[in-house]
Design a binder for this molecule. Sequence first.
Ligand code: SF4
Length: 421
Amino acid sequence: MPTHTLIFNAHSSSRYSVAALVGAVETDPRLEHIHIEAPVRIAPNLVRKALKLGGVTVAYSVMSTQTSRIYEEVKQLRSSFRESLTLVAGGAHASARPLDSIKNGFDFVVVGEGEGVLPELLHRISNGEDPLGIKGVVGRATDKMPRPRDLVSVNLDDYPPFALKKNILGPIEVTRGCPFSCRFCATPFLTGGRVRHRSVDKVVAWLTRAVNTSGFERTWFLSPNALSYGGRGRSVESDKLELLLRQTTSIDGLREVFFGSFPSEVRPEFVTKDVLEMMRQYVANDTLQIGLQSSSDRVLKLANRHHSVEDGLKAIHDALDCGFIPHVDMIFGLPGETPEERHASIELCQELHNMGAKIHGHVFMPLPGSAFENERAGCLDPVSRSMLGELSRKGVMTGAWSAQERLAKELASMTNHGGDA
Ligand code: SF4
């Protein structure tokens, strides 16, 4: 019997989602016959070899900042292999712009959360059935585009957080969905406002397996707002949070648990000394990732952040008092921000650094799926650029702010209009 192969591009930009999606495929009993490869770059030779064994599906998780690379690779694959392989796109950009992916050579797009849909899609493709009846799948013949919020949302407990058999490991996603609607963020569009958590029992069970089978020694938790664990996303549920930390840090062989640090973040108004002192007893990280974004209450309001600058400063002080180094996220060039407000934000970065914080600087990007998707790309005035350059040289600021200014322009020119000063 021919072997169907799934080749999933495991580029560093999408490693976490690839780990979870390959995990969903490798644990689906209907797909035991599928051979899985997850290379960082898809070499033509790999495809050629797989085609000798049977059908081939090539999958990409498409982020908005990765479209140029991925579309070029897809063009090459199409020109080398024509219709002999099936190309599938998923991820944030593909979900918000499915037709863009189809126009750029993909056969099918998985819109929204992929854990349930991708295995069903593969099952049908490998059996020669038409996948277009699956809710959330878009193809060339689709005339009505599904939106993630109209589709079934995934229960995290039903799927593995990573792919143990293929040894593609990553952070454990403990929370999905966010009840806030920050206008620069595509998370509410992609995963909805209903907050879902992976239960403590499941987190412990998967971590124990990872320790025993893959020599896992440390773990990171993924969440849009780490301090929302266990609740509805609007307040801290200390007991549930502590249960998660106590149970996971008690796993034999697991030496370190990182929580509230990159790649997760915490909202400022969730930070209190009580919760940080509790966390301190368990977590290995000495940093806390705090989203402040601006030094202007007016700009925060325009972005629908629902917290004040004062909330942010208090969170930073509390973190320092409790022995955490605050890593503060700031976004420059948000819609409606004046140059003066931008300069004040950058000056605040220096002050925060003097207090002991570190700053991650970003430039606003009009992400597809976000409420600001049709806004102009964030563009820095010369004074801001020089101030940020100076802070970066002095080591006050890290972050991809400079590359993001270019990416934001590319994104805006693709989707609406370019940036201006
Ligand atoms: S930025 Fe954070 S809090 Fe705001 S909508 Fe996105 S995930 Fe939620």
